[in-house]
Design a protein around this ligand. Structure first.
Ligand code: MN3
Length: 203
């Protein structure tokens, strides 16, 4: 049972002007597709072939680098599309809002720390908001296509929000100005989807 590229939950131009159409086309159609294809190739004929992606990631240290890189790439991008929306922006409400205030002091302070995690990640990687096994929210960043579900992650937990800071996520529109992409990202965050992941992830 091979992994498949999930359809984008909106049109490729739906996140304009914050994330441009050509970036979305290449990012989803070429980059994400390549992670899917290479994950399937790396797993072909092995015992990992029939595992759920979450189970693969939880024991990723036992797999070759190609499974780590492409399994992460497959999972991370699927999450990334789902936590953005053309109707995004504003701020979280309800229980997630209280949890963010409790963990970081305020929503503004959360945004500052999350943006900092993305800005200071050297080279390619991701910024994360996760809920850990004790129900606490944490901000972290990972290199390359690693993520907090992996047994090798420094900060482990269930990812609620992931922001891609690879140059391919922003270079066509923002060139080397990663902070401008991060500022724009807040306009498309789908807080309903993040809150839903929080409800399911905090146990
Ligand atoms: Mn990417």
């Amino acid at each position: 049972m091979a992994f498949e590229l999930p359809a984008l939950p909106y049109a490729t131009d739906a996140l304009e002007p914050h994330i441009d159409k050509m970036t979305m086309e290449i990012h989803h159609g070429k980059h994400h597709q390549a992670y899917v294809d290479n994950l399937n190739k790396a797993l072909a004929g092995s015992e990992g072939e029939n595992k759920k992606i979450e189970d693969l990631l939880a024991s990723i240290s036992k797999y070759p680098p190609a499974v780590r890189n492409n399994g992460g790439g497959y999972y991370n991008h699927t999450l990334y599309w789902s936590v953005m929306s053309p109707n995004g922006g504003s701020k979280p409400s309800g229980e997630l809002s209280s949890a963010i205030d409790q963990a970081f002091g305020s929503f503004e302070e959360f945004k500052r720390k999350f943006a900092e995690a993305g800005t200071t990640r050297f080279g390619s990687g991701w910024a994360w908001l996760t809920v850990d096994s004790t129900g606490n929210l944490q901000i972290s960043s990972t290199p390359n296509q690693d993520n907090p579900l992996m047994d090798i992650a420094e900060v482990k937990g269930t990812p609620l929000l992931g922001m891609d800071v690879w140059e391919h996520a922003y270079y066509l529109k923002y060139q080397n100005k990663r902070p401008d992409y991060i500022t724009a990202f807040w306009n498309v965050v789908n807080w309903d989807a993040v809150a839903d992941r929080h409800m399911k992830g905090k146990k």
